[in-house]
Design a protein around this ligand. Structure first.
Ligand code: FNR
Length: 386
C-alpha cells in the first residue's frame, strides 16, 4: 500500500520533516523573564518523544513590549538563548525538528495570564500592573484603537518603534539560529502587531505604514525580508486569512468610504500578500484566521480554515501551505494533504488532549508507528516479559 501522504517526508531548505504534522504554536505562559524553563523542556521534549516529528514552540516575543503577558516566552536578549538551546538539544537528541514562532502582540500586549491572576488573587482586571510585571506604557499598535474591553489603549507606533520591531525580528531570528532552531515562523495572524498593521480595520495611519494596501503590508514585508536575511533555514509565516466580520452589524458603517474591496483583512488581500511573502523568501504560509476584531463571527466547524489553505495552494504556486483548525482525525488530516490542499497539518488543542496522536494516526492509517525506543514495547509487544 502506498504511504499515506500525511507520513511522507518533505525537505525544505535542507531541513527534512519526517511527516506532514506540525505542533501548532500554543502559548504556555510559563517562561521566566522570556527564558524557557523546565516546563518548556518537559512539555516540548515530551511531544518529540510521542511522535511529533516537528515541534513548533509558542509565540515568542522579539521585544519585551511584544509579550501578551509577563509570562510569555521571549528571544529579545542573548541571555535567553541558552534556555532555548536546552530545549532544542533535547529535541534533536531524540530525532525531532524544532521551530519557534517569533511574535509581537502589538495592541493585544500587556495583559496578565488568567491563572496567574486567579492564583495570586489579584483584582482589577486582566491588564498586568506595573508591580506585577506589566508594561502598559510601552504598548503600541498601528493606531491608538483598543482591541476590546479589558485591553490597553495602545499608543500609535512611532517610526522608531517600527524600526525597533523589524530589527527585533531579525535579531530574534539570529538568536533562534544560535539556540538551535531548525525553522522559524513569523506570527502575522490573530490581530497581533503585523496583522493589525496590514488591516484597514485597525490601521488608520497616514504615513508610509498606513493608508494604501502597499503601505499597510510594508511592515509584514520588511519583517519577512529581515528574518529571511537573518535565518538560513525554512521561514514560515502565519496569517489570518479573514477577520470574519463581513456582514457583522456595525462593521459596514464604521468603514464607510473605504475604497478597498474589503474594509477589513480578507482572502483577496491574503492571496496577494502570500505571493509577496513568497518573493520575500518565505517558504510556507500557515493559514489561520480571525483575532483582529472582537465582533468576529467564526464558523467553528471541522477544518473551517482548510479552504483558505486550499485557495492559497491553488493560486500561489511555489509556496508551501499549512492548514490548521479543528483537524482532529487522521483521516481528515491525511485527506487534506492527499488532495493537495495543504502540505502540512497543524494540530493545537487536540495535542493537549491526546499527546500520542501521531503514533495512533500511524496505526489508523495502516502504518507501523515509530515511537521513541523507550516507548516501543508499549506499541509493538503483545506479551509481557522482562
Ligand atoms: C493557541 N493558538 C496560538 N496561535 C499562534 O499562532 N500562536 C500562539 O502562541 C497560540 N497560542 C495558543 C494557545 C492555546 C492554549 C491554544 C488552544 C491556541 C492557536 C493555535 O495555534 C491553533 O491555530 C488553534 O488552536 C486552532 O487549531 P486547533 O486547536 O483546532 O487544532
Amino acid at each position: 500500500t502506498p504511504l499515506p501522504k500525511l507520513f511522507e517526508p518533505l525537505t525544505i531548505r535542507g531541513v527534512e520533516w519526517s511527516n506532514r504534522l506540525l505542533v501548532a504554536p500554543m502559548c504556555t505562559y510559563s517562561a521566566d523573564n522570556g527564558k524557557a524553563t523546565d516546563w518548556h523542556l518537559v512539555h516540548y521534549g515530551s511531544l518529540t518523544l510521542r511522535g511529533w516529528g516537528s515541534v513548533l514552540t509558542e509565540a515568542t516575543a522579539v521585544v519585551p513590549e511584544g509579550r501578551i503577558s509577563p509570562q510569555d516566552a521571549g528571544l529579545w536578549d542573548d541571555e535567553q538563548i541558552a534556555s532555548w538551546k536546552r530545549v532544542t538539544d533535547f529535541i534533536h537528541a531524540n530525532k525531532g525538528k524544532a521551530g519557534i514562532q517569533l511574535a509581537h502582540a502589538g495592541r493585544k500586549a500587556g495583559t496578565q495570564t488568567t491563572w496567574v491572576v486567579k492564583e495570586a488573587g489579584w483584582t482589577g482586571g486582566l491588564i498586568a500592573s506595573d508591580e506585577n510585571g506589566g508594561f502598559a506604557k510601552d504598548v503600541y499598535g498601528p493606531s491608538p484603537i483598543t482591541f476590546s474591553k479589558g485591553y490597553l489603549q495602545p499608543a500609535e507606533a512611532t517610526e522608531a518603534d517600527i524600526k525597533r520591531v523589524v530589527d527585533g525580528f531579525a535579531a530574534a531570528a539570529r538568536r533562534a539560529k544560535a539556540a538551535g532552531f531548525d525553522f522559524v515562523q513569523i506570527h502575522g495572524a490573530h490581530g497581533y502587531l503585523i496583522h493589525s498593521f496590514a488591516s484597514p480595520n485597525t490601521n488608520k495611519r497616514t504615513d508610509a505604514y498606513g493608508g494604501s494596501y502597499d503601505n499597510r503590508v510594508r511592515l509584514a514585508l520588511e519583517i519577512a525580508r529581515a528574518v529571511r536575511a537573518a535565518f538560513d533555514g525554512p521561514v514560515q509565516y502565519r496569517i489570518s486569512a479573514t477577520e470574519w466580520i463581513e456582514g457583522v452589524a456595525g462593521a459596514e458603517k464604521q468603514f464607510e468610504g473605504e475604497k478597498e474591496e474589503y474594509a477589513w483583512w480578507g482572502i483577496e488581500q491574503t492571496t496577494h500578500l502570500a505571493a509577496q511573502l513568497r518573493d520575500a523568501g518565505v517558504d510556507l504560509l500557515d493559514l489561520s484566521s480571525g483575532g483582529n476584531d472582537a465582533r468576529q463571527q467564526v464558523p467553528v466547524v471541522e477544518a473551517y480554515q482548510a479552504p483558505f489553505a486550499a485557495h492559497i495552494k491553488k493560486h500561489v504556486p511555489g509556496l508551501y501551505v499549512g492548514a490548521v483548525g479543528i483537524i482532529n482525525t487522521p483521516e481528515l488530516a491525511n485527506s487534506i494533504v492527499e488532495r493537495d490542499e495543504a502540505d502540512f497539518i497543524s494540530l493545537g488543542r487536540e495535542i493537549l488532549r491526546n499527546v500520542d496522536w501521531p503514533l495512533q494516526a500511524a496505526v489508523q492509517l495502516g502504518l507501523t508507528p515509530n515511537p521513541a525506543e523507550q516507548y516501543r514495547r508499549g506499541w509493538a509487544e503483545r506479551e509481557i516479559a522482562g
